[in-house]
Structures are given as C-alpha cells and as structure tokens.
Design a protein around this ligand. Structure first.
Ligand code: NAD
Length: 376
C-alpha cells in the first residue's frame, strides 16, 4: 500500500498528513510519499516527514503507483493524470459544488471519498473533519473578534477606574458555537447564546453562558435529525427575529454560526437590527460562505455597516494551520485505520458499511453516491 500526500494549492495552508500519522501508516506496513513542501504552511518541514519514514518528491513521484491519495481540499483532476485506477482519493472533496470534478475523478478511475459526508454516529466521531475544523473555527472567531474590537473582554478594576466586561452573543450552538462560548468565557466576557435546537439550552448553561430562547413557539425539539437543524416555520422565524431585536442592541460582539445542511444559511440579523448596535461592535459570521447569517456580510471581507464591523469569515481553521492539520490528518488516519485489513496490508471498504456508503462518491469509473447519481 503506497499512500501519497498532496501539497495543497491556492490559499490552503493545511496538509492531510503529519509525521505522527505517517508513522502510524508505516507501522502497518504501508509506504508514505509526501509531495515536497506539502507541510510548509503548517510548519512541518520535508525533513520531519522524512524522519517519520516518508519519502518526499514531486507530484509525479508521489502519485506513481499510489494506492491512496490524501488531500485537504479536492484537487484539480487535471493535476494528477496518471494516477493508478482504483486509487482512493480521501479529503474534503466538496461534492455539492464540485460535481464536474467528481465526475472527472470517476472517469480517471479514482475511488473518491468525501470526508465531510461522514455520518454522525459514535463510531465515526474520530473521523469527523467538520467537527475538528469547526471547533478551531469557533475558537478563532472569538480571537479575531477580540483583536478587532477596541475594548478589553474581561471586567478590570484598576486604579484608573473600572472597565466593564464585553457582552458576547453566540447564535448557533453546534460545534463551532460551543467552542466560541467557551473561548469568550475564558477571555472574561459575559456570554449569551441561542439555537433552534432545544437540546443546546443545557449545553449553553453548562458552559456558564445564558440561554436566550424563543418561548411559546416550538423550534426543533431535542437534537434534530443527525444532530442537524432544519428550516424553521415562518411563525418561529418571526418570534426569533423579535427576540434578537430585543437582545442584540445590548451586545458588543456577535458570533453567528447557524447552518442548515443543503440550504442557504438562515438570515438571523437584519440591517435594521444591526443599526441598533453600538458603533464599534463586531460581528463574526462563520456562515459567510453559505450566504451569511448577517445581512450585508461579504465572504472573505470585513464590511462596515452602521459602525459595526461584520467579518465574513472563510475557512478560519486554515489560519490555525498546524493544529487544523494535526486534527484533519488524524481524522483521515482514524478512518483508514478503522478499515485496515492486516492480511491485505490495506484498508478494505465494504459496500454495506454505513460509513463507506455515506462518503464514497465514485468507484469503478462511475459516480456511485445516491445524492450525486440523482444529478447525473
Ligand atoms: P451546523 O454547523 O450544521 O449548524 C450550527 C448550529 O446552527 C447548529 O447548532 C444548528 O442547530 C444551528 N442553527 C441552524 N439554524 C438556526 C437558526 N435559524 N437559528 C439559530 N441557530 C440555528 O451544526 P454542527 O456544528 O455540525 O453540530 C450540530 C449538532 O451535531 C451538535 O449537537 C453536535 O454536537 C452534533 N454532532 C454530532 C456528531 C457525532 O455524533 N458524531 C459529530 C458532530 C456534531
């Protein structure tokens, strides 16, 4: 089994393997070939990969005879002509937006595995790239907000007078939101949070934050399907908007993280609500790439509206490249190791396994995933 690790292109800083996971693969009898410079963005040198037992080389060198190709983002199919038929391609392949590229992987004979479609079952928790990267994004959103905000977070009683604590409101309490609450609390802020899923109320309280919930209109009872939210009723949306209007004018920092799988991000803050906030307030919108939770949010930019800075956060985990790579690389290794067959010296991916069925996009020259097959 030869495992190739790609150097990412563009703005990507992360890498899909780290020396620790390289050693694990080698311990199982595999060989690992890392594209030269692949770890540079995450401060891992070629020599560190070599010390772990990997070879390093050009893309052509590493792809030659590779049985599995590890990547962070799905690479341009044209960039690996000559890859072996049947080779696994494992990473965040973004199948919904990259349909043409997925079809090209199929035509190349690759077995593409989209790690972001990992099912939310206990067995797959250690393989879940969405969780590992969202957790870091939630942390970084608060750190970025603090860096932009012109005041201190904690209450400070000094000889020159008292500084009052910053008020932080977190909207959407999934993986990123929970870490945002915890981070803002560590920095000494007064934190409140909201979600449509009633199960989050206790989680908010257990982190020492105040839950702000719509009363009288039912949102989503419990966890929601697969842990995810769905769209709420018009009645709920109206009640939520009223609740936000009453609360937001008193907030200094708002972190929004609300997402609905397969749908544009729900709009949680209108321009009129923004106008009620104090100038100098900061919003970080982690849903920017899905259309944004905040009116006027621009993905990848900081917009100024009514004196409020709206940071349209994009791939924040990328800005913590070393940690994000370590967690991402372990997610990939945990997946491959869970299916490793000692006799064959390679992972064996059964068709009827729940994880395999959820993430396998292509096989034997065809698109095999039902969500994609329907669009062909
Ligand atoms: P997500 O990124 O899909 O959404 C972020 C949050 O936004 C969610 O909490 C969602 O309920 C909330 N939201 C959606 N619409 C909203 C609205 N209109 N107003 C306010 N909030 C809104 O969610 P996520 O981070 O992927 O996590 C969702 C859940 O799945 C969590 O409970 C998490 O613990 C769970 N989870 C389970 C596993 C597992 O069991 N393997 C793995 C990861 C996450």
């Amino acid at each position: 089994m030869k495992i190739a690790v790609l150097k990412e292109g563009g703005a990507e800083t992360r890498v899909a393997a780290i020396p620790e996971t390289v050693k694990k693969f080698i311990g199982l009898g595999a060989s690992v070939a890392v594209e030269r410079g692949a770890g540079a963005g995450a401060s891992i040198s070629d020599s560190e990969f070599e010390e772990a037992g990997a070879s390093t080389g050009t893309r052509a060198d590493i792809l030659k005879d590779a049985d599995a190709i590890l990547c962070v983002l799905g690479p341009d199919p044209a960039s690996f002509n000559g890859a072996k038929k049947g080779a696994l391609l494992v990473g965040a392949l973004d199948p919904v937006k990259r349909g043409a590229d997925i079809a090209a992987y199929a035509a190349q004979g690759l077995e593409a595995l989209a790690m972001e479609w990992m099912p939310r079952i206990t067995r797959a928790q250690s393989m879940d790239i969405l969780s590992s990267q969202s957790n870091l994004a939630g942390y970084k959103a608060v750190v970025d907000a603090a860096a932009t905000y012109g005041r201190a977070f904690p209450m400070m009683m000094t000889a020159a007078g008292t500084i009052s604590p910053t008020k932080v409101f977190v909207m959407g309490v999934g993986v990123a939101g929970l870490q945002a609450i915890a981070t803002a609390r560590r920095l000494g802020a007064q934190v409140s949070a909201t979600d449509v899923r009633s199960a989050t109320k206790e989680q908010i309280q257990s982190l020492g934050a105040k839950p702000i919930f719509v009363e009288g209109v039912t949102g989503i009872e419990g966890e929601g399907t697969g842990g995810y939210a769905s769209e709420t009723t018009a009645e709920y949306q109206a009640a939520q908007s009223e609740l936000v209007s009453g609360h937001i004018a008193k907030q200094d920092i708002v972190i929004t993280t609300a997402l609905i799988p397969g749908r544009p991000a729900p709009r949680l803050i209108s321009d009129a609500q923004l106008a009620t906030m104090r100038p100098g307030s900061v919003i970080v919108d982690l849903a920017a790439e899905a259309g944004g939770n905040v009116e006027g949010c621009v993905a990848g930019e900081t917009a100024a509206k009514h004196g409020v800075a709206i940071i349209g956060a994009v791939q924040l985990a990328r800005t913590l490249a070393a940690d994000a790579s370590a967690l991402f690389a372990r997610n990939l290794a945990n997946f491959l190791l869970a299916f490793w067959d000692k006799d064959q010296g390679a992972p064996v991916l059964p068709d009827d396994d729940e994880i395999v069925a959820a993430i396998r996009l292509t096989k034997g020259g065809k698109i095999v995933h039902e969500r994609l097959a329907a669009t062909q």
